[in-house]
Design a protein around this ligand. Structure first.
Ligand code: GLA
Length: 381
């Protein structure tokens, strides 16, 4: 068993006594390109990363669910058939239980512990990992079938309706469907996924700015509402249906701010498909350029970056070994992601973080991310 799975097992024994019957694992993710495109039916290219959340559990016959979170040092306790809590970390587990019930599953009880190595609020989808691991835990306890795409959609519904974040499908799908050594080009309309190998010469480095912003803040939902308003004004089902040649006409219909939002989505969709092609050709220089250009669009047109994110991206791009960098995820804080020459990762990391500290006065941190498989049952294997 891997050391983290051992940690989950040990915590289970310490807290609940005895041995877990099942250990499930769900990874966090970093998005390489395609931000604020998923809820516009567009393209994204994330990868599941080697930072994971685990739940060690034992089934219960009385329909009760009891879960202890190590990170919060708190419990949630509820009836599997009547979850109630809609705030904090508990909402993710109870929301998933509620959606599973609504989908017709005879939801069974269990008790367990949650152990995670995914920093929360860093833009690495710790919440989607909790949703997917909870879904897997319920599926195991209820002896049902695991369908990763269906479960990703269910996790998203839990987050939309139970937690109140109008997120798209990217995070849940990455956590459910990642593949070792690969990024995933996802068409968020058809949910087709193409696993794209990470080029050999490149490493993916997550650069945490050390600043946080809760996605439940209204800015995320505001951006989504703006995109929906723009699609309606342009008479298209979603901004996915707008392409570069439509932008002039869009300029006659939309105000300047909405036009910039649309321009970001149009460019970002195009760049996402192009990044997958660049990875196929192992053209890491072009891949880096596409990522850096995406940051400018998120900063200037979509306006979801922040002063620390801009500082991190700028120092990264001008540090030796860097091929390109951008903010990643919802924005307003959290992490940037850099594509770096494989041979230069250590020097790059040290230098970028030192320069970030000098420039912003903030303590950042870095993580060399490897792409891993999506949600699995680790034990029994
Ligand atoms: C958050 C959401 C995702 C996606 C990104 C931005 O991570 O959960 O669905 O919209 O922001 O790309």
């Amino acid at each position: 068993m891997t050391p983290p799975a051992t940690a989950a097992r040990k915590l289970f024994s310490d807290i609940l006594g005895g041995e877990p019957e099942v250990i499930v694992r769900s990874p966090g993710r970093v998005n390489l390109i395609g931000d604020h495109t998923d809820y516009n039916d567009g393209f994204v290219m994330p990868m599941a990363i080697d930072r994971s959340l685990r739940i060690a559990l034992r089934t219960r016959q009385d329909g009760r669910v009891r879960v202890y979170s190590q990170a919060y040092d708190e419990w949630t306790r509820f009836d599997a058939s009547t979850p109630t809590t809609q705030d904090g970390w508990r909402a993710y587990i109870e929301g998933v239980a509620s959606e599973l019930g609504a989908a017709g599953l005879d939801v069974q009880g269990w008790e367990g512990v949650v152990v995670s190595s995914i920093p929360s609020g860093a833009g690495l989808s710790s919440s989607a990992a909790l949703e997917m691991a909870s879904a897997r835990a319920f599926v195991e306890a209820s002896q049902s079938r695991w369908d990763p795409i269906e479960m990703a959609e269910l996790g998203r519904r839990a987050e939309n309706d139970w937690v109140g974040v109008k997120c798209g499908i990217m995070d849940q799908l990455s956590s459910a469907m990642g593949r070792r050594g690969h990024a995933m080009l996802i068409d968020c309309r058809s949910l087709d996924i193409r696993h794209v190998p990470i080029p050999h010469g490149a490493a993916v480095i997550v650069l945490d700015t050390g600043t946080r912003r809760d996605l439940r803040d209204s800015a995320y939902n505001d951006r989504r509402a703006a995109c929906e308003a723009a699609a309606q004004a342009l008479s298209v089902p979603a901004l996915r249906d707008v392409d570069a040649s439509d932008l002039d006409r869009a300029g006659e219909i939309l105000d300047d701010e909405l036009l910039r939002r649309v321009r970001h989505v149009v460019r970002e969709n195009q760049a996402t498909v192009m990044l997958a092609d660049a990875f196929d050709r192992e053209d890491i220089a072009e891949a880096g350029r596409l990522m850096s250009a995406s940051h400018s669009s998120l900063r200037d047109d979509f306006e979801v970056s922040s002063v620390p994110l801009d500082a991190m991206v700028e120092v990264a791009i001008s540090t030796e070994g860097c091929l390109g960098a951008r903010m990643t995820g919802g924005g307003f804080g959290g992490s940037a992601v850099a594509l770096v020459d494989r041979d230069a990762t250590e020097v790059f990391t040290d230098e970028a973080l030192t320069r970030y500290r000098q420039r912003s006065g903030l303590e950042g941190s870095a993580l060399l991310a490897e792409a891993v498989d999506g949600t699995t049952r680790e034990f029994p294997a």
